[in-house]
Write a protein that binds this ligand. Structure first.
Ligand code: PGA
Length: 247
C-alpha cells in the first residue's frame, strides 16, 4: 500500500473568516482529483474551526487544530478542549510547535499530557520537534531532538513527527536534503528501536515552498510537509499539492 503523504497547512493566527472561506473553497477544488494517498489537512485558528468544518464536510480536506488543552474540560480560562475539536470533526492536532514552546508554557511534559488526551479521543497528534541555530551549529542537535522525542512521545502505534528546525521557520532558510534525511533516519530509528513504535510518519516543516518541495520530496523521502507561510498563498499551496500528487 502506498504510504500516505500529509500536506498540513498551519495557518497560525492568520486569515479572516472571508479569506479563509475563499482559500478553503479553492483547496477543495484542487484536491478533488488528487490520488487517494494524498491527505490535505488544514489547521486554522480555533475560531475558524466551526465554519471550516462545515465548508469541508463533503470534500476530501481534513481538519486539524493548532493546539488543545490537556484536560478534557474544567476551570481553564481561555483554553480549548479536545472534546469540542472532535465535535467539529478535527482529525489532527499540532502539538509542541516551537512557537508554543517559546511563547507559551509548552514543555515536553505538558506536550506529552496533551498527546495522551488527543489520542484518548481518537485524534492524531502531529508532534513538532526542532533545534535552535546554536544547537545546529555546535553539533548537539541530534541529542536535543532525541530528548524531545524521549520526553514527549508516548508508546503508541502510529506516530506523526514534524521536524521543524526553529531557524528555518519563516526565515527562507532550509536545511540541506542530507540534513533532513539524517534527522529523518535518526527519528525513525529511535522511535522504532527504543520506543517500539510500529509506524512513524516523518514530515518536514520550515520555509517550505513550491520552489523547494520537489527537491525535498525526491532527496529526503519525507512523508509530508507542515507548511506555514506558503499555505496562506493560493498559488503556492495549489502548486505544492500538485507536486506531491506527482509522487
Ligand atoms: P513556515 O512555517 O512554513 O512559514 O516556515 C512552518 C511552521 O511553523 O509550521
Amino acid at each position: 500500500m502506498t504510504q500516505n503523504k500529509l500536506i498540513v497547512s498551519n495557518w497560525k493566527m492568520n486569515l479572516k473568516l472571508s479569506d479563509s472561506k475563499k482559500l478553503v473553497n479553492i483547496l477543495i477544488r484542487s484536491v478533488e482529483k488528487t490520488k487517494p494517498h494524498i491527505k490535505k489537512i488544514i489547521c486554522p485558528q480555533f475560531l475558524l474551526i466551526p465554519n471550516i468544518s462545515n465548508l469541508i464536510k463533503k470534500s476530501k480536506i481534513l481538519l486539524g487544530s493548532q493546539d488543545c488543552h490537556y484536560k478534557e474540560n474544567g476551570a481553564f480560562t481561555g483554553e480549548s478542549s479536545v472534546q469540542l475539536l472532535k465535535l467539529f470533526k478535527c482529525k489532527y492536532v499540532i502539538l509542541g510547535h516551537s512557537e508554543r514552546r517559546e511563547y507559551n508554557t509548552d514543555s515536553n511534559l505538558l506536550i506529552l499530557k496533551k498527546i495522551k488526551t488527543v489520542q484518548k479521543y481518537g485524534l492524531k497528534p502531529i508532534i513538532c520537534i526542532g533545534e535552535s541555530i546554536e544547537l545546529r551549529k555546535n553539533g548537539e542537535y541530534l541529542d536535543f531532538l532525541k530528548n524531545q522525542l524521549k520526553e514527549c512521545v508516548p508508546n503508541f502505534n502510529d506516530v506523526i513527527v514534524a521536524y521543524e528546525p526553529i531557524w528555518s521557520i519563516g526565515s527562507g532558510l532550509v536545511p540541506s536534503f542530507e540534513d533532513i534525511l539524517e534527522v529523518k533516519d535518526f527519528v525513525k530509528k529511535y522511535l522504532v528501536e527504543e520506543k517500539k513504535i510500529k509506524k512513524v510518519s516523518f514530515l518536514y516543516g520550515g520555509s517550505v515552498s513550491s520552489e523547494n518541495i520537489k527537491g525535498i520530496i525526491e532527496n529526503s523521502n519525507i512523508d509530508g510537509a507542515l507548511i506555514g507561510g506558503s499555505s496562506l498563498k493560493e498559488k503556492e499551496i495549489k502548486e505544492i499539492i500538485s507536486i506531491f500528487n506527482f509522487y
